[in-house]
Design a binder for this molecule. Structure first.
Ligand code: NAD
Ligand code: UDP
Length: 336
């Protein structure tokens, strides 16, 4: 039995494939390489000693999906494939709805046809918008503030409706908080195109001299030091969360949203200090205006993951900083 991993050559997908291989699990990756490179397959093989089967295809291609399900004995799908840049989703909403929502619809149709009714979906804490309360539990109100967030919510709703229509479906929607870091080997990691939008790759690019200084977006939030607070989670912990979620299919039918976070919030300035201390590299920064659409604080109540699937994050901030820098310093231009 095989797991189909859509988006498996991407940042989180590649780390998850490594963890699946560690368990001896067979994997087929389907990815259109719109935001990843083939060399990732070599790196996965270097780490795990096993090369995943790879199919270059788009999740919107119904015929390609049908042939994957007919040629392989797929027992479950882990669905990472999607576009993920919030700003880009505001500028190009139709591209995002097509790729993310229509793409997920095509995938669910193909699964339904093939009678594969187990799926883990990469959702996001962005579905909580400006959170109703902190820490954020899965019952907090769902409200999104941009097309990317709306995509995630619509896909969740589509999956929820499917579960209502047919009790054989089991869906785990993992709502990630802020994934950072890289595999400890330094062979796979985050490879953003152009100027990074996210904090962690920006910090590592400043550390490597690719960028002069970090702009800290706002120091006047209602947080202990005024900068924004987020729940950063090591990508390997996140990957392990998917492995645990596979175990839910036999015991939890229906639609199950589960937060994957550590429960700890760190500010931008704390992140900078921690990186500097762990890696002994100075990060020059300036205080800039708030970034439009940002919220002050966002961190998880992660108890549901512990109770339902015996998962909790085990890697702390120091490890995240160390591994993020190890990846960046070994691969100054990403996978190029
Ligand atoms: P990523 O861009 O590194 O990986 C996504 C992969 O999907 C890429 O390899 C890309 O080529 C592929 N892809 C995109 N559209 C496709 C399509 N139509 N058909 C086939 N393949 C396609 O991103 P990531 O950080 O690994 O994120 C994985 C998932 O997790 C995404 O759905 C993302 O929205 C979600 N997520 C990410 C974060 C984060 O901060 N990284 C946070 C919350 C949720
Ligand atoms: N941030 C920052 N400078 C940057 C990028 C991000 O100060 O160059 C801040 C941002 O305002 C937020 C935190 O870092 O408070 C995390 O931002 P990121 O984009 O990584 O994640 P998200 O906004 O999705 O939580």
């Amino acid at each position: 039995m095989t797991i189909l991993v859509t988006g498996g050559t991407g940042y989180i997908g590649s780390h998850t494939v490594v963890e699946l291989h560690k368990l001896g699990q067979d994997v087929v990756i389907l990815d259109n390489l719109s935001n990843s490179k083939l060399i990732v397959l070599d790196r996965i093989e270097q780490i795990s000693g096993k090369r995943p089967l790879f199919i270059e295809a788009d999740i919107r291609d119904a015929a390609a999906l049908d042939s994957v399900f007919s040629e392989h004995d797929i027992k479950a799908v882990i669905h990472f494939a999607g576009l993920k840049a919030v700003g880009e989703s505001v500028a190009e909403p139709l591209r995002y709805y097509d790729n993310n929502v229509a793409g997920s619809l095509r995938l669910l149709e193909a699964m339904s046809k093939a009678k594969v009714k187990n799926v883990i979906f990469s959702s996001s804490a962005t579905v909580y918008g400006s959170p109703e309360r902190l820490p954020i539990d899965e019952d907090c109100a769902l409200r999104t503030t941009n097309p990317y967030g709306a995509n995630k919510l619509q896909i969740e709703q589509m999956m929820g409706d499917l579960c209502v229509s047919d009790a054989d479906w089991s869906v785990v929607a993992l709502r990630y908080f802020n994934p950072v870091g890289a595999h400890e080997s330094g062979l796979i990691g985050e490879d953003p195109k152009g100027i990074p939008n996210n904090l962690m790759p920006f910090i590592t690019q400043v550390a490597s001299g690719l960028r002069a200084e970090l702009s800290v977006f706002g120091d006047d939030y209602d947080t202990p030091d005024g900068s924004g607070v987020r729940d950063y989670i090591h990508v390997v912990d996140l990957a392990l969360g998917h492995v645990k979620a596979l175990g839910l299919f036999t015991k939890a039918i229906g639609f199950n949203p589960i937060n994957l976070g550590t429960g700890n919030g760190y500010s931008v300035l704390e992140m900078v200090k921690s990186f500097e201390r762990v890696n002994e590299i100075k990060i020059p920064f300036n205080i800039s205006p708030r970034r439009p659409g940002d919220i002050a604080s966002c961190y998880a109540q992660p108890n549901k993951a512990l109770t339902m699937m015996d998962w909790q994050a085990s890697k702390g901030l120091d490890q995240m900083m160390k591994d993020a820098w190890h990846w960046q310093s070994n691969n100054p231009n990403g996978y190029e």
